[in-house]
Design a protein around this ligand. Structure first.
Ligand SMILES: Nc1ncnc2c1ncn2[C@@H]1O[C@H](COP(=O)(O)OP(=O)(O)OP(=O)(O)O)[C@@H](O)[C@H]1O
Length: 256
């Protein structure tokens, strides 16, 4: 379960108002796509959901509780630029998250727990089509493969909320269709609530169950920092079930 409630939320940096009076309720398992002009506070909103930025005023709640003031395994994030460890293999990049959450102090798992983690990582690699690259290093992968691995890294700990900040913006348009299918399968299989920033309107309609447009309702040309953005359009998207790619990635597979 992961519903998100935003009540009278403001975010300011010094004299700059970035977000003003944001009010929103997002139900569990929605796929929210977010578009808006550059600099209007979309990433700031995701960073507050992640827990690395705090609201200046107002409330940001997950399942009715304030967002913890630090990232946790219940929230995963993927950025436009991959955040992989260059000196670790594909498999070890994936294992790292499981090892740290399973053994906080040693950062290593042993015996049956390590075997279970390895099986889980292998299942996920298979599901995203990277199993044949499990022993390669990030520099040996294409951009699309690196981004698939980043996505796998962010979902392996089964977050309730997945935050995607223009995850496909740097990729060749030819491979985004595959990436869309992977993200939709993971969303279905892992039962997550997704927030995805994109600059591609078509993509926002294709993937989302709901589209939010961030913009300023008022503007002072002499003091552009005086007013912040808010949600100016909140559009339910009726993506029909039959247009969803067939989910071959089952919850059972991810939970092995
Ligand atoms: N840590 C910070 N300190 C001061 N100002 C910041 C900080 N983080 C963001 N800002 C400012 O807040 C505003 C919103 O930034 P943000 O990155 O959220 O915009 P965005 O909508 O995601 O933009 P883009 O689409 O270009 O990525 C920008 O003017 C930015 O300079």
């Amino acid at each position: 379960m992961a519903s998100v409630t935003v009540k009278h939320l403001w975010k300011e940096y010094g004299d700059q108002v970035v977000l003003e009076n944001l009010n929103l309720h997002v139900a569990d398992r929605e796929f929210v796509t977010i578009i808006g002009a550059s600099g209007c506070g979309k990433t700031t909103f995701l960073r507050m959901l992640l827990g690395v930025e705090q609201p200046t005023k107002g409330q940001l709640l997950i399942d009715g509780e304030p967002v913890p003031a630090e990232p946790g395994p219940d929230r995963g994030i993927v950025f436009q630029r991959y955040s992989l460890f260059p000196h670790l293999s594909v498999l070890d990049n994936l294992m790292l998250g499981l090892e740290f959450s399973g053994s906080r102090w040693l950062g290593k798992l042993f015996g049956g727990r390590r075997r279970a983690a390895l099986e889980k990582a292998d299942s996920l690699l298979e599901a995203i089509g990277l199993h044949t690259a499990r022993d390669k290093y990030p520099s040996q992968l294409s951009g699309g493969m690196q981004q698939r691995l980043s996505i796998a890294q962010s979902v392996i700990r089964e977050p309730k909320i997945l935050l995607l900040d223009e995850p496909f913006g740097a990729l060749d348009p030819g491979i985004t269709a595959d990436m869309h299918e992977i993200i939709l399968r993971l969303w279905q299989a892992n039962r997550m609530t997704v927030f995805m920033i994109t600059h591609d309107l078509k993509e926002s309609f294709q993937l989302g169950t709901r589209l939010l447009v961030f913009d300023k309702r008022r503007n002072d040309p002499h003091a552009p920092e005086r007013y912040g953005a808010t949600v100016t359009y909140d559009i339910p998207l009726k993506r029909k079930k039959h247009t969803m790619p067939h989910a071959t990635l089952t919850p059972e597979l991810l939970r092995q």
